[in-house]
Design a protein around this ligand. Structure first.
Ligand code: GAL
Length: 357
């Protein structure tokens, strides 16, 4: 009898509670943002940890990637662990292994070597940790998603700009690191524009070399060799990024040719923008690191929560068609620095126009 009575009372309480809830829940307007619904999405992300395994922090942009990605992940309420391997493949594997054993929920990977990094993807997969290939594609590996800029388009923008300035003549191509899949995509983009002009006989590529580890010193050495082999008779240079363009322009300066031979770069590094402004460099390509890191953080946290991410694009990395998110690069030259770089706050006026003060 007693038990039945208690059961009955309990049932009444539940009933009253439900009813209460339904009746007493505030009327929530549809457009009320999440955070006002008393249910803070980022609360749910509190337990999520994203690992970011970086190749290097040498180039200026990677420091921005690191800081902006951390900001974006934390703004979503999740945590982030960041490690950089200074261009050392073995160290990158060890660092990734540590993050995997620390139990990160997802690994964001900027591979130093597109092939060697497949080992890291294999280890993460064994631990059922999804992997996002960030900016650079890992080849021949079961990557879950790839996010970057359209790197072929980067090369096309460079070549279109320079061939407008120099429609005929002798060209030098200073490529990026052959270990980096981006360097290959950028070169494909450049030559997709140059090839028809080469076939027409308007342009001759008299020197074409990869730059080990993307360093300015190696790029300078390449350009010195190109100048020597062609008795300084060069009409244009396309360098895979601003760091290598800086090395190229140092070599040109040694021959009194800086500012006389158009040089294309990429990354909109501060020094690159200053050279574009002073006329020593013809153009660079701006990639909004803010946009890349915010989209990557958003996707990473969603995937770490087990959400499926649909993409319009896939890119085959030799193992599978990898779901891909591509962002759009922007060409920057002397006349659009304000509406691109400064408007986005990538560099400030005071930083760029130091010599004008
Ligand atoms: C590439 C990247 C470029 C460039 C380079 C050197 O993969 O897309 O922005 O900076 O690495 O680190």
């Amino acid at each position: 009898m007693r038990a039945t009575l208690l059961l009955f009372i309990g049932y009444i309480v539940i009933l009253l509670g439900c009813e209460q809830n339904e009746d007493t829940l505030p009327i929530i307007p549809d457009d009320l943002p999440d955070e006002q619904i008393g249910h803070d999405q980022s609360d749910d992300n509190g337990s999520i940890t994203i690992g970011l395994s970086m190749d290097t922090l040498i180039e200026e942009r990677w420091k921005k990637d690191r800081d902006m990605f951390k900001e974006a992940v934390e703004a979503l309420g999740a945590q982030v662990i960041i490690k950089a391997a200074n261009g050392n493949d073995a160290l990158q594997v060890t660092q990734a292994e540590t993050m995997i054993s620390q139990g990160v929920d997802l690994l964001v990977l900027v591979p130093h070597n597109a092939e060697a990094a497949a080992t890291i993807v294999g280890k993460a997969q064994m631990a059922e940790i999804p992997v996002i290939s960030y900016d650079r594609l890992v080849k021949n590996a079961n990557v879950d998603l790839y996010i970057s800029f359209d790197n072929e388009q980067v090369g096309m923008l460079q070549a279109e700009w320079v061939t407008d300035l120099v429609p005929t003549g002798k060209y030098v191509y200073i490529g990026g690191a052959a270990t980096d899949n981006n360097a290959h995509l950028m070169k494909e983009g450049v030559f997709s524009v140059l090839q028809p002009l080469i076939e027409q006989g308007d342009i001759t590529v008299v020197y074409d070399q990869w730059t080990e580890a993307w360093t300015p010193v190696n790029a300078k050495r390449n350009m010195q060799a190109a100048l020597e082999a062609n008795y300084n008779d060069i009409d244009a240079v396309i360098a895979a990024n601003d760091a290598t363009a800086g090395g190229v322009i140092e070599a040109l300066a040694e021959q009194g040719l800086a500012g006389k031979i158009p040089v294309a770069g990429q990354d909109a590094e501060l020094a690159g923008i200053q050279r574009v402004y002073t006329g020593k460099q013809a153009m660079t390509v701006y990639k909004s690191i803010r946009e890349l890191t915010e989209q990557a953080a958003d996707i990473a946290v969603k995937m770490a929560r087990g959400e499926q991410i649909e993409t319009e694009l896939t890119i085959n990395n030799g193992k599978k068609d990898v779901p891909t998110v591509y962002l759009t690069p922007v060409p920057v030259h002397k006349d659009n620095i304000y509406e691109t770089i400064i408007a986005d706050g990538f560099h400030s006026e005071t930083e760029i126009f130091v010599d004008d003060r």
